[in-house]
Unconditional design. Structure first.
Length: 170
């Protein structure tokens, strides 16, 4: 087995953090604030923003167009699809910094589909799957498959997802 590689950072990325694991790829037009922690063997795709108080585990994929705001905790082996949206302020107002930001947690092995919206303070359980375009308004249990607005459980990853003939969930 060869030596571990340093992080590979595209020259057009703006990376201020020195806490990035070996073998991680950071692509062009990524912005990572000082203090952010990113694990080993991650893939941070183009046009991603990572704020200072974000922790990302090992082997995480963050697809293009995702912003990871302060208070987000992402465990190992998580997939975050393109343009997934996280919020961290339950009552946002311009120029108002009085509200405490809520911690949102994505547990090991979870997958978040493209364009999903994750509201502040929820937990995405281990190995769960969030369908593309879903709006997650409350915590998701381990192994659950959720879809819709608001997201609701339609099955689990160890079993068959219930759906109609056309593929829409029942």
């Amino acid at each position: 087995m060869g030596e571990a590689e340093n992080p590979r950072i595209h020259p057009l990325a703006d990376v201020k953090s020195d806490q990035i694991g070996e073998g991680t790829n950071i692509w062009q037009f990524v912005v990572i604030f000082e203090g952010a922690k990113i694990g080993a063997d991650c893939n941070i795709c183009a046009h991603v923003l990572v704020e200072s108080d974000v922790v990302i585990g090992d082997r995480v994929t963050v697809k293009s167009g995702v912003q990871l705001w302060d208070g987000l905790r992402v465990d190992e082996d998580v997939f975050i699809g393109p343009n997934a949206t996280f919020a961290n302020d339950i009552f946002p107002r311009s120029k108002n910094h009085e509200n405490a930001l809520l911690v949102t947690r994505v547990y090991r092995g979870a997958s978040i589909g493209a364009g999903a919206v994750i509201l502040p303070g929820v937990e995405i359980g281990p190995y769960s799957m969030i369908g593309a375009g879903s709006v997650v308004t409350r915590s998701v249990p381990a192994n659950a498959v959720v879809v819709g607005n608001p997201a609701r459980i339609i099955g689990n990853v160890s079993g068959r997802v219930r759906s109609n003939v056309d593929g829409t969930p029942t």
